[in-house]
Design a binder for this molecule. Sequence first.
Ligand code: BG6
Length: 468
Amino acid sequence: MLTDTTFPASFLWGGAVAANQLEGGYDEGGKGLSIQDVMPRGIAAPPTTEPTPDNLKLEGIDFYHRYAEDIALFAELGFKVFRFSVAWSRIFPLGDEETPNEEGLAFYDRVLDELEKHGIEPLITISHYETPLHLARTYDGWTDRRMIGFYERYARTLFERYGDRVKYWLTFNEINSVLHAPLMSGGIWTPKDQLRPADLYQAIHHELVASASATRIAHEINPDIKVGCMVIAMPIYPLTPDPADALKVMQVDHQNLAFSDVHVRGEYPGYFLRELREAGVELDITDADRETLKHTVDFVSFSYYMSLCEAATGGRAGEGNIMGGVQNPTLPASEWGWQIDPVGLRIVLNQFWDRWRKPLFIVENGLGATDVLVEQNGTMTVEDDYRIAYLRDHLVQVREAIEDGVEVWGYTWWGPIDVVSASTAQLSKRYGFIYVDRQDDGSGTLARHKKKSFGFYADVIASNGASL
Ligand code: BG6
């Protein structure tokens, strides 16, 4: 088979998931509750007081018991890398204990054993929307400075346990989403409409310090570890050529970019400090915080699903990956209203490379769609040509960006196996190359079936992109 010479031979092809969206076993192995265990509607409704049977995440797709079978399927796809998160409340059930839960640590040892068996490189997200519930309720999540210490202890525990077998780490999933989803992203229990800007910005500061501190700890424990930040990447286009629209775009972009600017440059950018001044917010930043922030990341990773527009005077609201904007009249959209824009991925890759000159890692990209299971020659499958088209079109743009000179380490498709959606908590919003028989009402056998896209992605990986 021909192999593409644009993608480097070391290119890390794979897939990405998060513990709360697939593991299940929410109360097994000594695990404590996380915020997700009381979010049966995702970000669409307020949390419940305790876990309720309609919450699909409690059982997920039962990866907690079926990880070996699923990892074998990823190996069949040819994965070089598998991105997954550790459930914080498996390791520290409440979050503020002194000692970790050994049973939780042992579970991820077993996951890593399976990956090693198949020669798949792990990429771990330390915190992916699954703050221990106790930390959210008792401390109001990241608004409280003590969270830095709890996170440091948790991260250190992971680096000490797995640091010699896991090279790639991400500190927080989509850290910039805390602006839009304070509970899911920042474990902030105060409802969004009651949250004071001062508390939100202080929470952001605590997360950024914790992230830099984790980077320092990781490098102390093993200098070969590569730590990345992870942000939502969403190109914003001006709705019209009016400079007022372009200025609005710059300001919205700044909101998104500020997080990686701090991660990469080790200090707050001027435009962010201005925003604080104008909002009348005075952050509590200590000298020690400033020193910690200087521990910058080794690479920048991001999710990319879509682009949006902005206009100074508003426009038709667009649906989005956590954040919203104005609809682009030129682009098609998914069934969930996310506008599909492969070229935007090339634009973002170039923009990020030009801005930071740090290696980039696309750690999420994908299409959520309704799939129909059909029988073909006695085998159950899904004819998901729409997913194949999305994948191909985006990878072609990754290749273009590499031709542009951008350094890209890898690409992990979001949800290579169907998982529970983060925003809507549905199973019917499917991303996988592998269909999981579980429905929104909780019914189903949990059997796994390969979709048509399974073979397509396997060929792409085997040919290092030449089959595109
Ligand atoms: C990202 C998250 O925002 O998008 C994932 O990091 C999430 O956790 C993914 O699943 C897709 O979003 P959704 O809401 O369709 O699951």
